[in-house]
Every structure is written in structure tokens, then in C-alpha cells.
Design a protein around this ligand. Structure first.
Ligand code: SF4
Length: 446
């Protein structure tokens, strides 16, 4: 063993998992373990797994298996995260030779587990201080405001895995935001299973709106603040007014609606007032004329008829969302929906997903074409071979589109770009005159 043992950490799944991975890495570094770029350089191999649905579990197993098969003598392997929380026995049986399992609610115990497997030398002094509950990627950072979920959507395993919602204290979130601002982060993305539920367990009313008011005051130098994962019915008039009042908060919101037929929504144990969904979208568009609305739909839920699916297609055509992700139902043991027959054949689920995606692609293309000639502020994230790649306020990292500019621009800066061409998901543009602005009106005629 070297004097300072190394760890190699793979983070799978969603940005919330990524924040936990960063937390584990910080604790390990403070305890004297060194991060390794390659598995063969490490003494400790850690996979922060995702266990949300079957394909995610398969991917987690594949990554663990590959690391386990290639490991050299003495290397230890730990499975952490949602899959380890949800089905530790299944995981241990699938990956013989696992040295440790650490559920998602216990990620902060990584050091004591690591020490049992690969001790650090006695002279290593442990660092102190709060662990940042954020994951920085380039100039953007995901900042976790709560963990767990107190809803009980019939298809969802998250409450089983993560437990009920626990909000972080406001001051702790603001302290993290200040540290991110000091590092020069340009975009803070608020995440939780349900950000619009922030503060309920702390006795706050409209806690997300309150948090946003405090956040913009705490980090005036961070030009972009983005809100992900709001629950339908919880996007209140006060929250919309707050989004509209602060130029720092991007006119972007992600509201996973899952379906638009009241009977399916009731079976899903979700809010089923579709008229209320329409009102919320209209209010958002009235208060924020340039707002980009992202949503998610789930097709093939037990009992979904062709007629119910058609209602969803009609709703999507009517509402013209800027972005929509479409998933097929996965029959998950332990969820309320597991008691229902998984009666929509897999090929029908896949075909419905295709039809909905195709419809949304046309909408997305038309919306992108309408932006030609307009100016958007773009956060530059990558550059090479005479091309820059970035995102506008309309694009959350990894899930939305990109803006391509055929010239090399400074990475990490927000620059003005005039849109010259539109693809289904991405835009093409050229550098516009002036500076990237921090104020509202991110899309304006040039
Ligand atoms: S709100 Fe989201 S995380 Fe919570 S139970 Fe419903 S789908 Fe799952």
C-alpha cells in the first residue's frame, strides 16, 4: 500500500446522486485518501449506484462487475447509493466479492467504511468544515436543497429508497451558494426530488419562493439561477411572481406532469386536475413571456388505454411545451403500482413513447425556428476545432439542447449569440455585438 491510499469513484444516475458522490469524495480527501483518475491507480473502488428503475440497476451492476473483474489483488470495492439502499441482498448476490455496501441515506459514513477496508496512515490529519452539498461541473453547480420525497406517486420507488423529504436549513444552502459564487460558478441549479416542496418540513409556507428571495440576495454575482423538479399544483402564484421578479432566476422551469388523462393521473396517485395544470402553464407564460417549460411524461402505466394515451397526445399538442422527456413505465417491486397488472405490452409502451417524442420533436423544432434572428446569452462550456458549445437559459445541462457557435469562445463565460439556424433540439448561432447580460429578457430581437 502507498502512504496515501487512492480512491476511484464512479457516479451513476441523476444530479442528486452526483451531489452525494461529491460529498463522499470530499470526506475521503479530508480523511487522507487521494482521488485517482483511473481504477488501476486506486486502492478503493466506489460506485455510487442508481436503483430507480430496472435499466438503471442493470447499468449499476455492469459497472460494478467490470470493476470487480479487472481489479488487482488488494483492491476493495464498495457499492453505494440508491441501489445499495433499495436491494442490498440482490446487489451482493449479483456482484460476488463486494467488500462494502452503503445505502444512499448513509453516504456520510463512507470514511468509516473505507478505513475498515483500506486504512489511512496514522499521520493523516482529517480536514474539517461543512461538506458542500453541491456538485460543480464546469461553470455550473447542482445545489441540493432537500432530500427524499413525501409524495406517494404510485410508480415511484424514490420514497422507498430515500425516505420522506428532509429540507436543508436555509442558512446551510445559502452558505453553500456563497462558496460556489466564490469559486466563480456562473450557474446554480437548485435540485431536490421536489424543489417546490422545499421547507414544508421546516414549517415554511411557499418555502421555495422564500429560498429564491434569499438566494438572489446572497449571491448577486451569480448570473444564472435555475430551478428543477417542481411538482404540479405546487407552482403557486407567489412562486411565479418570485421567478418573474428576479432577473437572476432564469425563466425556465421543469414541472414533471407525467400524464394528462385524469383517470391515469388518479391511478398514478398524482394531482389529476388537468384544468389546473393548464392554468399554471398560462400563468407562467403570462408572467414570463419567454419562459421555457420542461416536463416529463410516463407512458404505458398499468391500464393506460389508447384513448387515454390519445388524450395525452392532444394535451401535448395543445400546450406546446418547450421540452418534454418521455419514459416508459417500469414495474417496480415495492411501489403502490406493483399491485396493478403491468398490462401494457412493452412494444406498445415503446411505440407510444415514439409517437409522443415525434410529436414533441415537431413542436421543439418550431419553437427553435422562432428563435432565428434573436439574441440569446450563452454559457460557453466547451471549445475545439473552431467550434464552441454552450447552453442558453432554455437548456438545463445534459437533458436539454445546446447552442453551437462556429468560432472559439472563452469557456466559462456568458456571451451574446445571435441565432442563425435551428435543429430539433439544438441551435446554431454567431457571436453578437455587446456583452452577455445578466438582466432579464434573455431572448430579444437583435
Ligand atoms: S414527486 Fe417525484 S420523487 Fe416524489 S414520489 Fe412522485 S415521482 Fe417520486
Amino acid at each position: 500500500m502507498t502512504s496515501s491510499p487512492g480512491f476511484y469513484l464512479v457516479s451513476l444516475g441523476c444530479p442528486k446522486n452526483l451531489v452525494d458522490s461529491e460529498g463522499m469524495a470530499t470526506l475521503l480527501r479530508r480523511a487522507g485518501y487521494l482521488p485517482a483518475d483511473r481504477p488501476e491507480e486506486a486502492d478503493l473502488l466506489i460506485v455510487n449506484t442508481c436503483g430507480f428503475i430496472a435499466p438503471a440497476r442493470e447499468e449499476s451492476q455492469a459497472v460494478l462487475r467490470e470493476l470487480a473483474q479487472a481489479r488487482r489483488r488488494g483492491q476493495k470495492i464498495i457499492a453505494a447509493g440508491c441501489y445499495a439502499q433499495r436491494s442490498p441482498d440482490e446487489l451482493a448476490a449479483a456482484i460476488p466479492g463486494l467488500d462494502g455496501l452503503l445505502g444512499t441515506r448513509r453516504w456520510m459514513e463512507i470514511v468509516s467504511l473505507a478505513r475498515r477496508l483500506v486504512p489511512t496512515p496514522p499521520h493523516v490529519a482529517e480536514g474539517r468544515g461543512e461538506v458542500l452539498r453541491a456538485a460543480v461541473q464546469g461553470s455550473s453547480a447542482y445545489l441540493k436543497v432537500a432530500d427524499g420525497c413525501r409524495r406517494s406517486c404510485a410508480f415511484c420507488a424514490i420514497p422507498l429508497i430515500k425516505g420522506t423529504a428532509v429540507s436543508r436549513p436555509l442558512e446551510a444552502i445559502l452558505a453553500d451558494a456563497r462558496r460556489l459564487a466564490e469559486r466563480g460558478v456562473q450557474e446554480i441549479i437548485l435540485i431536490a426530488q421536489d424543489t417546490s416542496d422545499y421547507g414544508f418540513d421546516l414549517g415554511l409556507r411557499d418555502g421555495l419562493a422564500l429560498l429564491l428571495d434569499e438566494l438572489v440576495a446572497a449571491v448577486p454575482q451569480v448570473p444564472w439561477i435555475r430551478v428543477m423538479y417542481a411538482f404540479p399544483g405546487r407552482v403557486t402564484a407567489h412562486l411565479i411572481e418570485t421567478l418573474a421578479r428576479h432577473p437572476q432566476i432564469l425563466p425556465y422551469i421543469d414541472i414533471p406532469l407525467q400524464h394528462a388523462h385524469p383517470a391515469v393521473l388518479r391511478r398514478m396517485r398524482r394531482p389529476s386536475d388537468v384544468e389546473e395544470m393548464r392554468r399554471t402553464i398560462r400563468r407562467l407564460r403570462a408572467a414570463l413571456p419567454d419562459v421555457a417549460i420542461r416536463t416529463t411524461f410516463l407512458v404505458g402505466f398499468p391500464g393506460e388505454t389508447e384513448e387515454e394515451f390519445q388524450t395525452l397526445l392532444d394535451f401535448v399538442a395543445e400546450m406546446e411545451f418547450d421540452r418534454a422527456g418521455v419514459f416508459t413505465y417500469s414495474h417496480e417491486d415495492g411501489t403502490p403500482a406493483y399491485a396493478l397488472p403491468d398490462d401494457v405490452p412493452e412494444e406498445v409502451k415503446a411505440e407510444r413513447r415514439e409517437r409522443l417524442m415525434e410529436l414533441q420533436q415537431g413542436i421543439s423544432l418550431r419553437k427553435n425556428q422562432a428563435l432565428i434572428g434573436r439574441r440569446l446569452d450563452v454559457l460557453v462550456e466547451g471549445v475545439g476545432d473552431g467550434l464552441s458549445v454552450g447552453r442558453s437559459y432554455r437548456d438545463a445541462p445534459e437533458i436539454d439542447g445546446l447552442v453551437l457557435v462556429p468560432t472559439e469562445l472563452p469557456v466559462g463565460e456568458i456571451v451574446p449569440v445571435r441565432i442563425t439556424a435551428a435543429l430539433e433540439y439544438d441551435l446554431v448561432g454567431e457571436l453578437a455585438a455587446g456583452r452577455g447580460r445578466r438582466q432579464r429578457a434573455p431572448a430579444s430581437p437583435q
